[in-house]
Write a protein that binds this ligand. Structure first.
Ligand SMILES: C[S@@+](CC[C@H](N)C(=O)[O-])C[C@H]1O[C@@H](n2cnc3c(N)ncnc32)[C@H](O)[C@@H]1O
Length: 356
């Protein structure tokens, strides 16, 4: 597999191994419980590399789901490389804010990400999954790093999050999405949880003993000769072919069986084109698959409003994410079992979220 090369790669490839273990110190007055405990939901304040390493002894291979929101490397977010890697090249990077004119900005970002991704992988359970938010500045590098650290075969999805509804016209193209890359620890063990079906479109107009149903179109996108044939409406005698560029959803033999089983309906009046009857019980069993385009999980503006509401003041974090986005990527997609604990780590609270 081709691998991404960047300045400093050789110096950081094993850096996660030499990061010292720090002891986590509970601060009771920053928490909500009367008794400070490390065996509770945690917000860890500090550099996330040190925070992740400090979680390893107790949480190695135990985390079901991770969501991270690392710096996007936009060139104007005030991010600086800060890891103490023992090399003159990297010492020269320390503390210098990475702006758009920095010719090594992508190298620095990759050097920062690699050890963190390696630690995150170690924390994941064998059926665990990780989601990483990112935008166009680094998505291509992130994809290569994730392929290298998690394995190309464990790629799950590249989700498009519609993060802004308003249009911006500064370069003639209005950017309306961020990416969320999903990787499993081991695709052979990971099972996606289907979403519940929306039951509002099901009814039982003909009192079918098989229960409520909905009508699906008989045609599907594709052009296949064995799926292109005439279907005659028995009530009107009119023949139907699939619309141009499409074919029927199944072949003649299966169609005949479906007709015999009362699963082909010619519209509500019986005088229209053919539809396929899909029963609620079947739909429930199958569930709804997760789409890769997310438009209804809140926008960046919604997230800011949510945060202002929680804290009762503005400007607590610069780039929050909406809770529905994090909930969607973590809870609905991936967690079969109840989540027991959440760990948040980073300078800002929602930087790295780990579900146990
Ligand atoms: C894309 S923003 C995510 C912000 C997050 N969603 C929030 O609402 O706070 C990236 C965040 O990573 C933080 N960050 C950068 N380097 C870090 C590090 N080494 N350790 C912890 N946090 C870091 C930045 O301060 C910034 O807040």
């Amino acid at each position: 597999m081709p691998q991404l090369q960047f300045k400093g790669k050789i110096l950081v490839e094993n850096h996660h191994l030499s990061v010292p273990f720090h002891e986590l110190l509970p601060v009771r007055e920053k928490g909500l419980s009367t008794r400070a405990s490390l065996h509770d939901n945690l917000i860890i304040h500090g550099d996330n590399l040190a925070a992740l390493k400090s979680l390893l002894p107790t949480n190695h291979g135990r985390v079901k789901c991770i969501y991270i929101d690392p710096p996007y490397n936009t060139g104007n977010e005030g991010w600086a490389y800060s890891d103490s890697v023992n090399s003159p090249l990297i010492r020269d990077w320390l503390g210098k804010v990475v702006d758009r004119d920095d010719l090594t900005r992508h190298d620095k970002w990759c050097c920062m990400m690699m050890p963190r991704l390696k630690l995150l992988r170690e924390l994941l359970r064998k059926d665990g999954v990780i989601f990483v938010s990112i935008d166009d500045n680094e998505v291509h590098h992130l994809r290569c790093l994730m392929d290298e650290v998690f394995g190309e075969e464990n790629f799950l999805a590249s989700i498009v999050w519609n993060h802004r509804k308003s249009k911006q016209n500064d370069i003639g193209v209005s950017l309306g999405h961020n990416h969320i890359l999903g990787y499993t620890k081991d695709g052979n063990h990971f099972e996606i949880r289907a979403l519940p079906v929306n039951e509002s479109g099901f009814s039982n107009l003909d009192n079918d003993p098989r229960g409520p149903w909905t009508l699906d179109p008989m045609d599907a996108p594709n052009v296949r000769p064995n799926l292109t044939y005439e279907i005659v409406n028995p009530a009107t005698g009119r023949g139907y072919y699939p619309p141009q560029g499409r074919c029927w959803r199944f072949g003649k033999e299966k169609y005949r069986k479906a007709l015999k089983n009362g699963r082909i309906v010619f519209g509500k009046t019986g005088r229209a084109k053919p539809y396929y009857k899909r029963f609620l019980d079947e739909a429930r069993e199958k569930g709804r698959s997760v789409a890769t385009i997310w438009q209804d999980v809140g926008t960046a503006t919604n997230a800011t409003k949510e945060l202002n509401h929680i804290f009762g003041r503005k400007g607590v974090f610069a780039t929050p994410k909406p809770t529905d986005l994090v909930r969607n990527s973590s809870l609905s997609i991936s967690l079969h079992a109840q989540r027991n604990r959440s760990l948040f780590c980073g300078n800002m609270a929602s930087n790295y979220v780990l579900y146990l």
